[in-house]
Design a protein around this ligand. Structure first.
Ligand code: NAD
Length: 435
């Protein structure tokens, strides 16, 4: 089987590489020449655990190729995946320009039957728009399918190779059968391929992400209540997470969700609701609470220094929006850095994977340290933004010696309050008592 993947970012590259691993011949297409050149030279352009090995193996075995030419990429491809960006437009709705431009090009180029698969997260009705854009110029038969992607950055390869479920939205039996054939190797343990209509498949993705964003946000509100009522959110989490109706995942309080998906998908679903005159009130509350939660730690730092951060040197551990990724899109760390700089503070940071990306957007406005302890030298406080494993069991003596002032502001509740008290730190976290 031969397939093409158009758009070789976190989703496209992982999907393409994993399908190649199942024996499929994959050509990945991207308009970014630098990225394609890197991949052609054997360099993985993103950090994603486990991807390197599969990437190199499938290139060596001739099943994984890269090109900037859409025409070359789709040659003889039975399935063409669109894994293109759908960023928020100025009004918060998903911007479909990338998807529709490629659909338009495909209409002009297709010279054989193909299944065109929307893997990007797109609002309900996009499949029909893609269908119309291709049909405007197509001279051959084709089908459009919605196949939303549920992988998580940081464990993307594992998620893709062993998905909880695969959702396929299509009205064509022929297309559905081709999709089943492609996915069968990934669901051998019995996880379902769920078939449905296009619109339901498109909404499934937004419903999943909005539900998860709501779950996190609910827990952040409980954390805020814990602080006001003298309770401990970690105990409350354990108390409710053991209830099988609730489940113990996505219940960790912190400094809000970020990343390239939750913020834009919640906003896009809210915009879809507006368009059909539905007042989706929970989503508005979720966005509002999350926005405030992102800079909650900054408010604590400011209060600790009596509102005067001018000339204070603040060390930051973690920049990526979550561990095991170099993705910094909508990362809470960036919001806090902006707030710290605006308050006149100096920022020194360390992240195992995301520093290059942050340097790209922040330039020399902040300093990047060689390791986590170097970031602390002479700093007035440490702020923890991302729960990288590396930060979980640090050498507290080293931290105390390096910091000018033994204060830790932990946005991810990494340490025990008791331990911090015994170690003599001023320690504040989210939804727990201070030490
Ligand atoms: P990304 O920004 O990492 O990658 C998109 C790629 O598309 C880029 O490499 C870009 O150069 C390329 N591109 C843009 N225009 C192109 C064109 N005309 N032709 C060829 N390539 C083009 O994006 P991503 O994170 O992989 O997300 C892609 C889609 O998948 C989005 O809709 C997103 O919401 C969805 N999604 C993302 C994740 C995730 O964790 N990142 C998970 C599930 C779903």
């Amino acid at each position: 089987m031969k397939i093409a993947v158009v758009g070789t970012g976190y989703v496209g590259l992982v999907s393409g590489t994993c399908f190649a691993e199942t024996g499929v011949e994959v050509t990945c297409v991207d308009i970014d020449k630098n990225k394609v050149e890197k991949m052609q030279n054997g360099i993985v352009p993103i950090y994603e655990p486990g991807l390197d090995l599969l990437f190199h193996r499938n290139i060596e075995q001739g099943r994984l190729k890269f090109t900037t030419s859409l025409e070359e990429g789709i040659k003889d491809a039975e399935v063409i995946f669109l894994a293109l960006p759908t960023p928020p437009g100025a009004d918060g709705a998903a911007d479909l320009q990338y998807v529709l431009r490629v659909a338009d090009d495909l209409g002009k180029m297709l010279d054989h039957y193909a299944v065109v698969v929307d893997k990007s997260t797109v609002p309900v009705g996009t499949g029909e728009k893609v269908q119309a854009a291709i049909a405007a110029n197509a001279t051959v038969d084709f089908d459009v399918v919605s196949n939303p992607e549920f992988l998580r950055e940081g464990v993307a390869v594992e998620d893709f190779m062993k998905p909880d479920r695969v959702v396929i939205g299509s009205t064509s039996d022929k297309a559905a059968k081709i999709m089943d054939r492609l996915y069968e190797p990934l669901v051998r343990s019995g996880n379902p391929i769920i078939h449905m209509d296009l619109r339901s498949a498109e909404l499934t993705k937004y419903a999943a992400n909005s539900f998860l964003a709501t779950k996190i946000t609910f827990m952040n509100e409980i954390a805020n209540m814990c602080e006001l009522l003298g309770a401990d959110v970690d105990l409350v989490r354990k108390g409710i997470g053991t209830d099988s109706r609730i489940g113990n995942r996505f219940l960790f309080a912190g400094i809000g969700y970020g990343g390239s998906c939750f913020p834009k998908d919640v906003s896009a679903l809210a915009m879809s609701a507006n368009e059909v005159d539905y007042d989706f009130r929970i989503l508005k509350a979720v966005m509002d609470v999350n926005h405030k939660q992102k800079t909650k730690l900054m408010a604590k730092v400011s209060q600790y220094f009596d509102g005067d951060l001018k000339g204070k040197k603040i060390a930051l551990w973690g920049l990526a929006f979550k561990p095991e990724t170099d993705d910094i899109r909508e990362a809470p760390a960036l919001y806090n850095i902006e707030a710290l700089l605006a308050a006149g503070a100096e920022v020194v940071c360390y992240d195992p994977e995301a520093m290059e990306n942050v340097q790209g957007v922040m330039g020399d406005k902040i300093t990047f340290a060689a390791n986590e302890y170097a970031a602390l030298e002479g700093a007035d406080a440490l702020m923890i933004m991302t729960e990288w494993q590396l930060f979980r069991t640090p050498d507290f003596d080293k931290i105390r010696k390096a910091l000018k002032n033994p204060a830790i502001f932990d946005g991810r509740n990494l340490y025990s309050v008791e331990n911090m008290r015994e170690q003599g730190f001023y320690y504040t976290s989210i939804g727990r008592k201070d030490a």
